[in-house]
Design a protein around this ligand. Sequence first.
Ligand SMILES: NC(=O)c1ccc[n+]([C@@H]2O[C@H](COP(=O)([O-])OP(=O)(O)OC[C@H]3O[C@@H](n4cnc5c(N)ncnc54)[C@H](OP(=O)(O)O)[C@@H]3O)[C@@H](O)[C@H]2O)c1
Length: 291
Amino acid sequence: MKIELKGNKALVTGASSGIGRALAKSLARAGMGLAISGRRKDALDSLAKEIVDAGGEAPVVLTADLSQRGEAERLGARAIEALGRVDVLVNNAGVGIGGSQVVVADDDEARTLFETNYWSPLALTRALVPGMRHRNRGAIVNISSIGSVTPMPLAGHYSSSKAALSLATETLRMELRDTDLHVLHVLPGPVETGMLAEFKVVPGGEKVLASMPRGNVETLAKKIIRGLEKRTRAFVYPGSLAIVRHLPTIAVRATAIATRGVDVSDQRKLMGGSSGGELALKARAAFENRA
Ligand SMILES: NC(=O)c1ccc[n+]([C@@H]2O[C@H](COP(=O)([O-])OP(=O)(O)OC[C@H]3O[C@@H](n4cnc5c(N)ncnc54)[C@H](OP(=O)(O)O)[C@@H]3O)[C@@H](O)[C@H]2O)c1
C-alpha cells in the first residue's frame, strides 16, 4: 500500500542541521505535520519559521539529547502527545568520533556515540511502532551510512554503530513483514554537511573522500521522499556508491589500500557534533559560514 504523506505526521530526529533539516523541509512541503528534534533549540526554531514562511504547517519543536539513556523513549511519548500519532519515524540524529580503537575503546565518548546512533533509534522504534501496528499504517526511516560496510582507521566506532543500526533495520523489516508498515534503510555516502566537514579533519578522512563522489542534502531528501512514496526498501546515495554495499569484501579491501600510511598512532579523541571538541566545532563553523 502506498504511504500517503499529505495530512500525516512525522517525527524527524537530528532536524537542526544537514540531512535532517533538508528532509524536514521536504516532508513539510509534501503536506506532513512534523515534530522536529535535536539539541539546538535556536536551530529548530529557525527551521520551524522557515517551514511556516514557506506555507507549511507549524512544526512542534521537541528538544532532546539522544545521548542520554531514556531520552529517546520520552521523545517518542512527547511526539505522540504533541501530534496525536506518528505515522513516519525518521531516525536521523547521529554523531561521529575520530580516534583509534585503543585510544577510544569503551570510554564515555564511545558510549555516548552508541546511545545516539544505535540505542536511541531502537528506543524510538519501540515507542512508536506499536501505534503504527495498531493502525497498520506507517514507516520507519533509518539513516545509516555506507560506513556501515566500509570501516576505516580512526573512525571505527562510527562505522560499528552504523553497522549495528543497518542490521537492526533489516531485522525490523523481517519482523514487520506481516504488516503494511514500511522500513526504509538509507545508506548515505559523503554528503556535504557539518558532519562531513568534521570527518575531513580526522587523519585519513580527506584521503578516503578524495576518490568518492559527494552528494547534497536536497537531492538526498528528495530521494527519501520518493523512497517513502514508492516503498523502496533500501538505497545508497550517491547511487554510484551502491557497489560498496553489494560487494563489501572488495570495498573493505579498497578502503584498506586507500588508508595505507594514515598515522594510526594518533592519540587524540576527536568528538564530533554541535557539542563536540574544538577541532570538530571549528570544521563545522567553517562549513556553516562558507560563502
Ligand atoms: N553527511 C554525511 O556524509 C553522512 C554520511 C552517512 C551518514 N550520515 C548520517 O546522516 C545523519 C545526519 O547527519 P548530517 O550529515 O546531516 O550531520 P549534522 O548536520 O551534524 O546533523 C546531525 C544531527 O544529529 C543531531 N544530533 C547529534 N547528536 C545528538 C544528540 N546527542 N541528541 C539529539 N540530536 C543529536 C544534531 O542535532 P543537535 O546538534 O542540535 O543536537 C543534528 O541535527 C547522521 O545519522 C549521520 O551519521 C551522514
